[in-house]
Design a protein around this ligand. Structure first.
Ligand code: ATP
Ligand code: MG
Length: 417
């Protein structure tokens, strides 16, 4: 039986990888320019980190996690997101002892057992950035500015920044009860999932994509009308700082984000090019997370960008594919050895060259060179070789010249690199 990849798990092939490298390079350049350092986290964590950190009553913990018991009887989970792990690392390594403020980022695969479809996979990559140790709303604006700057640098357009405030421990419980009372009256309209959410966490109902639920949501009480004074002030400041940075945003009081740990500022960037899966990035403040998973009360804020969705939005026209600089067409068994020597010399100089391994005809070698899009073909063989020369053909200009074998490498390097 032929073995295939698991559903929802993708290979990223060489002709796509240029885009990934471009995006990853841009992440490093932009994020490091904003003072962020990379922090690499493991793929596996104790299940508890996510059930406590993300929250029991979230879609991720309820039904999307890849959880298993290892040979030692520990319940482990493939990370479904990076924030909880990054917060754990910050606490575990007491990074706050060096400086209370830590700005970190991470790029890597996440795992969620979801129904695979376009833009939704079971293994997908996220770009993640977090700031620990700052409650000042200035930093909320700072990370949003970085996110937008990054998206611009990779060439994304038609984006909308949506922001909201989700309140805090002081004001959210009252809002939650208000919401519960509201939805109880409409419970006949709600899907089975939302009936459950009504009991466990009525805020989750806002995330539901079922049509009748969406209708019920339309005139639900808004969280921004229930904020305590501190949260109101915080949100006003965030908007003020975004204004200072000349960032346009829309207020979306129905955006609650899928994780329990969010407090106060929540934001999402949506694209109008993406169809149903239109969120490219999402994030927010999570001032209670560190207390849930550690023994320190420290604020945090961050975001995650979906790599596959981002890549599907990259502007067309920019070519990321690399081609060999030269194809060496050798004729006859004897010259194969010369071709091999030249090939390795070029490779040692960092110049990508290709040759034919099959001893095929010149015509067939030229065809392959064309398919590989090599801009030059070096022909070793025939009468020229007897005269101590090789022929360099410029595939675009369609002209060719003879090069003495004695200074082949030198001339070639000048011409093609
Ligand atoms: P959605 O509402 O689309 O399920 P989410 O709220 O679950 O998104 P987050 O947990 O905020 O997503 O993750 C941040 C980003 O990661 C999303 O905006 C999206 O671009 C990407 N993402 C999330 N889940 C998937 C998935 N299963 N496949 C591909 N990308 C994903
Ligand atoms: Mg989701």
């Amino acid at each position: 039986m032929e073995i295939k990849a698991i559903r929802g798990f993708n290979d990223i092939l060489p002709d796509e990888i240029g885009k990934w490298h471009f995006v990853e390079d841009t992440v490093r350049k932009v994020f490091e320019g904003f003072g962020f350092s990379e922090l690499r986290i493991p793929i596996l964590e104790r299940t508890e980190l996510f059930s406590r950190g993300i929250g029991e009553a979230t879609d991720i913990v309820e039904k999307e996690m890849y959880t298993f018991t290892d040979k030692g009887g520990n319940s482990l989970t493939l990370r479904p997101e990076a924030t909880a792990s990054l917060a754990r690392a910050y606490l575990e390594h007491q990074m706050y002892n060096f400086d209370p403020v830590a700005k970190v980022y991470f790029i890597g695969p996440m795992f969620r057992y979801e129904r695979p479809q376009k833009g939704r996979y079971r293994q997908f990559y996220q770009i993640d950035a977090e700031v620990f140790g700052v409650s000042n709303p200035m930093v909320d604006a700072e990370v949003i500015v970085m996110l937008i700057q990054f998206l611009k640098k990779v060439g994304l357009e038609k984006l909308e920044l949506q922001i909201n405030s989700l309140g805090c421990r002081a004001c959210r419980p009252a809002y939650r009860e208000k919401l519960r009372a509201f939805f109880e009256k409409k419970s006949f309209q709600l899907c089975a999932d939302c009936q459950r959410r009504l009991l466990s966490n009525p805020l989750r109902i806002f995330d539901c994509k079922v049509e009748t639920c969406k209708e019920a949501i339309a005139d639900a009480p808004q969280v921004t009308d229930s904020l305590c004074e501190e949260c109101q002030k915080h949100f006003a400041k965030v908007k003020e700082y975004l204004g200072d940075s000349k960032l346009a945003y829309t207020l979306n009081p129905a955006m609650v984000r899928g994780l329990d740990y969010y407090t106060r500022t929540a934001f999402e960037v949506v694209s109008y090019d993406l169809g149903a899966q239109n969120a490219v990035a999402g994030g927010g403040r999570y001032d209670n997370l560190s207390q849930e998973i550690g023994n320190l009360d420290t604020p945090g804020i961050g975001f995650a960008i979906g790599m596959e969705r981002l890549i599907s939005l990259l502007p067309p026209g920019k070519t990321f594919v690399q081609y060999p600089r030269v194809f060496i067409a050798a004729l006859g068994e004897e010259t194969q050895r010369d071709a091999y020597r030249l090939l390795t010399q070029l490779h040692l100089e960092g110049i990508w060259a290709e040759l034919d391994y099959e001893g095929k005809s010149l015509k067939s070698q030229m065809r392959r060179a064309g398919k590989l899009k090599a801009p030059y073909v070096l022909i070793l063989g025939g009468d020229e070789l007897k005269r101590g020369k090789a022929v360099l053909r410029d595939m675009e200009g369609k002209n060719q010249e003879e090069i003495p074998l004695a200074d082949l490498l030198k001339t070639l390097k000048e011409k093609i690199s």
